[in-house]
Design a protein around this ligand. Structure first.
Ligand code: BGC
Length: 886
């Protein structure tokens, strides 16, 4: 029985408003438990919703042959500033059509015309200027931040409005108010970008906020739009499109007639925190009828090109109640949220006017129970609230965020209780689309740490950490965690925007910076960082099956690979800054020569570029880059292959004599890309295993680069058991060690450190392990781009009785759960419509495998292969339940 398609999406999952892509992608998925169902055709209809509630069809696709649940809207169908509804029905391979889906809506923003509104800012910047700030650890004197800037404008509407749409941006951050209410539920909007290249605008339907007399108010915060990054005073732009019932259209636009003033936000900065003086609140400033004669006027801003914000906005996602409250010393109260996270706290307080409550944040406590702010380095991370003295007051900051588990409260009038503050969790509102669970509690906790680490670092860009004075889009961290993030969250729109950020940061010679958006001008990137451009695009293609990223960025990626060639000398790139960053005991690579990682990524990127060229049909380029990649491979082996193993950095005279010291990263990397000459590959793998077992007692000795590959290499080589031992170690160095030391998010370093330097307790870069959990404990991985073909493969580890994993693929949910049960393996699978799966099922010699308690032959399931205690079968979509004797 065919069900209706569900889960309809336009372009991105959660921001289908105001899109500026004239050819958005319309996609859907179908949830069906029937077997062997495949999409063969679909039919899409798009309607334009008109002001007087009429609708008119703008496109009926007719029957389109496709087995992929997504269609690109054809050219020149969409008009700007319009609301559309679309629906789809589809036909399976037997020719049966489903019903049409419900309608899903999206709206267009600026497609052809220019903004009429003007960027504006305050006319009195000096009046607003406040604090200095730190850049790369150095305090830059001067007045670099501004206090919150309040802007306002009133207007009347004479006639009946049928639709009012607000397009708005404000850099660094803005908050929009209409008639006394905050518009929408976005926070820390817009997404961070390199503002000299573009800023993002948000779109809100504000019809219901308006009356006859209206006031628009905006508050601006610094965010990253500060002098130290070459910007300056915050700026805003606002255009309100009013559509009247009689068909007239009017635009209300920001211009220099807008008034501006300071207000209660006295200081604000991402690192600094916020100072809010409630005695300076301006009653009615965002309502009509307010006397703003004492306010200043605004002046034109420098402005940025505008693009519609298509990624999921940052929002308040959940609230956390503190689990403990201690009085550390008189007047100093420490709240523990039991979880390291990103956001802020809501303060609830009563007290005399002018009293001042100070909130400070930390990831760790000192031995005496006070907060340890050393790992914050130069981020003051302090919120201060001055009471107005009017009953119970609630305060949350507007333009800052912190990474913390503990909050210190001082200056509280009286004694606070557990209800006095609430944790507010804030991040890009990507949807959770993956699930993983297994019998090993330690591994489940590592997985939870990865989820929290990921949520803490999705702040419209993938940041390295949320607490100290960095929080930047370091490319190394970003690409190493990318695959894992796609298993766990809906990352397509997020990374689509980040790829644009990377492209925008590319220099004419092809070089990329280490940090994107390029607030720090760190050119050229370490090749292990710059690879993010190619690696993330490739991961996106594999996960979501969408070639458009590859097409759009092909020229840029090619320029980058060509730039790498200019860094190389006879195929070797000596240049590098971080390499296999943060191995045990160090920040800098210890065992792995930086030239080895740089050259390996040169090969990796050249090789992937050749594959990408192939995917988008550029055969000539594909061959050319494959040839180049082969030359780099030969150079790599000439330089680093020492008879039967790859070189490590010599550590000490004793070690340098010891041939057995292979170094996990140096050897795992070439194995991962099949670069090792065939005649020594097997031996090298065995020596690597021996080294891991005997020399490191099944612990990692990798930095962030090697960590992503060592586990995969072991699993691919048939020694997943060793990888499993490594990930379940409880002693140093390893993830379990972090857990045993109380980690609730993964750390930057393998060591438990409490000092001030490079010691974040919430970094995501070692979280690459989570993709390994999905693939090698759950047993779920894509075999073809977009999960068109899926591999389910049940691993049998000693002492692991069950696991389950699920992922939302472009076709629907793919999931696996398996359990060992008194000599049997029970295996349940869900294979999405239009996909097929290769399934490896362990079975003892001559043992039986049944599906829904009938033989495979009875079920029409063909065994493709039978070997070494497992069978290999291929199945189509549907729900399956296998039982196998093991
Ligand atoms: C960041 C890292 C980053 C690194 C590059 C650090 O300060 O926190 O995660 O990749 O610098 O060296």
């Amino acid at each position: 029985m065919l069900r209706r398609p569900e889960d309809l999406r336009c372009d991105s999952l959660r921001s289908p408003e105001g899109i500026d892509n004239p050819r958005p992608v319309l996609s859907w998925s179908v949830d069906s438990s029937d077997r062997n169902v495949a999409l063969s055709r679909c039919e899409i209809e798009i309607y334009r919703y008109l002001a007087d509630s009429r609708e008119s069809a703008v496109w009926k696709s007719g029957e389109v042959d496709t087995d992929f649940p997504s269609v690109i809207c054809p050219e020149e169908i969409l008009e700007e500033h319009s609301l559309y509804g679309w629906r789809v029905r589809w036909r399976d391979e037997k020719g049966v059509w489903s019903d049409f889906s419900d309608f899903s809506t999206f709206s267009t923003g600026f497609l052809a015309t220019q903004w009429q509104a003007r960027w504006i800012t305050t006319s009195e910047p000096e009046f607003f200027r406040t604090k200095g700030t730190y850049i790369l650890g150095e305090y830059i004197e001067g007045h670099l931040h501004t206090m919150g800037i309040y802007l306002r404008k009133e207007f009347n509407t004479s006639d009946q409005i049928s639709r009012a749409t607000a397009y708005v941006s404000g850099v660094g951050y803005y908050e929009l108010h209409i008639n006394g209410e905050k518009v929408g539920d976005r926070v820390l909007d817009p997404a961070q970008t390199a503002y000299e290249k573009y800023a993002m605008y948000s779109t809100f339907d504000v019809t219901h906020y308006l009356g006859k007399e209206n006031a628009v108010g905006m508050i601006l915060g610094n965010g990253r739009h500060i002098d130290s990054y070459g910007y300056g005073i915050p700026e805003a732009i606002f255009q309100l499109r009013l559509e009247y019932a009689d068909g007239r259209v009017e635009n209300l636009c920001s211009d220099t007639t807008w008034k501006c003033s300071g207000g209660p936000i006295r200081e604000n900065g991402i690192y600094y925190g916020e100072t809010y003086d409630a005695t300076k609140e301006i009653f009615g400033w965002d309502r009509p009828g307010f006397d703003d004669s004492g306010w200043g006027t605004s002046v034109p801003g420098r402005g940025s090109e505008l693009r519609s914000q298509s990624l999921e906005p940052i929002k308040v996602i959940e609230e956390l109640a503190p689990i403990a409250l201690e009085r550390q010393e008189p007047g100093v109260f420490i709240f523990d949220f039991g979880q390291n996270f990103t956001g802020w706290v809501r303060l609830k307080v009563r007290g005399p006017r002018g009293s001042c409550v100070r909130l400070r944040f930390s990831e760790l406590l000192n031995k005496d129970g006070s907060i340890n702010t050393l790992p914050m380095e130069n981020a003051e991370a302090t919120d201060t609230y001055v009471l107005k003295g009017e009953g119970t007051e609630l305060y949350e900051p507007t333009f800052t965020y912190h990474g913390f588990r503990y909050a210190e409260v001082t200056g509280y009038p009286g004694v606070p209780t557990l209800e006095s503050i609430t944790g507010i969790v804030v991040h890009s509102s990507v949807e959770k689309t993956g699930d993983f669970f297994c019998e090993n509690e330690l591994i489940n906790r590592v997985h939870e740490c990865v989820l929290w680490g990921q949520k803490s670092n999705l702040m419209s860009i993938p940041t390295d950490c949320p607490q100290r004075d960095e929080r930047h889009g370091w490319l190394g961290d970003a690409h190493l965690a990318a695959e894992e993030s796609m298993y766990n969250f809906s990352m397509k729109a997020f990374y689509e925007k980040f790829l644009d950020d990377i492209a925008a940061s590319q220099r004419d010679d092809g070089a990329l910076p280490d940090v994107v958006p390029g607030y720090y001008k760190l050119y050229p990137a370490d090749p292990a960082w710059g690879t993010a451009y190619i690696t993330i695009a490739w991961d996106l293609f594999n996960f979501y099956g969408d070639r458009s990223f590859l097409c759009r960025h092909y020229t840029g990626m090619k320029k980058y690979v060509d730039f790498l060639s200019t860094l190389s000398n006879n195929g070797i790139i000596e240049f590098g800054k971080y390499g296999d960053w943060c191995p045990p005991g160090s920040i800098l690579p210890k065992r792995t020569p930086v030239a080895l990682t740089s050259t390996w990524y040169y090969y990796h990127d050249t090789f992937l570029l050749s594959k990408i060229a192939g995917v988008i049909g550029l055969e000539g380029d594909s061959l050319l880059y494959l040839e180049r990649a082969n030359q780099v491979k030969q150079a790599f082996n000439r330089e680093f292959l020492k008879k039967d193993h790859y070189a490590v950095t010599k550590m000490s005279p004793r070690e340098s004599l010891d041939n057995a010291l292979l170094g996990q990263t140096s050897n795992a990397l070439p194995l991962a890309l099949d670069m090792v000459p065939e005649e020594i590959g097997k031996g090298l793998f065995e020596r690597l295993v021996d080294y891991i077992v005997r020399r490191t007692d099944c612990h990692v000795d990798t930095g962030i680069v090697g960590t992503k590959y060592i586990l995969e290499v072991l699993s691919e080589g048939g020694r997943a058991d060793i990888a499993y031992r490594m990930v379940s170690q409880e002693s140093y160095p390893g993830w379990g060690y972090m857990i045993n030391q109380g980690a609730t998010t993964l750390w930057e370093r393998w060591e438990y450190l409490t000092g001030s330097s490079m010691n974040s307790h919430n970094h995501i870069m070692l979280g690459s392990v989570d993709a390994w959990f999905y693939k090698n404990i759950g047993g779920l991985a894509p075999l073809e781009p977009g999960w068109k073909k899926i591999r389910f493969s049940v691993p049998l580890y000693k002492n692991l009785g069950f696991a389950s994993a699920g992922v939302r693929t472009p076709f629907g949910t793919a999931s696996i759960s398996w359990e060992r049960f008194y000599g049997y393996l029970i295996l349940c699978l869900s294979v999405p419509v239009s996909t097929t799966a290769l399934v490896e099922i362990p079975v003892k010699p001559k043992g039986a495998v049944l599906e829904s308690e009938r033989s495979l032959a009875d079920r029409g399931i063909k065994v493709l292969e039978e070997k070494e205690g497992k069978i290999l079968i291929e199945i189509g979509s549907g729900l399956y339940s296998f039982r196998s004797e093991i």
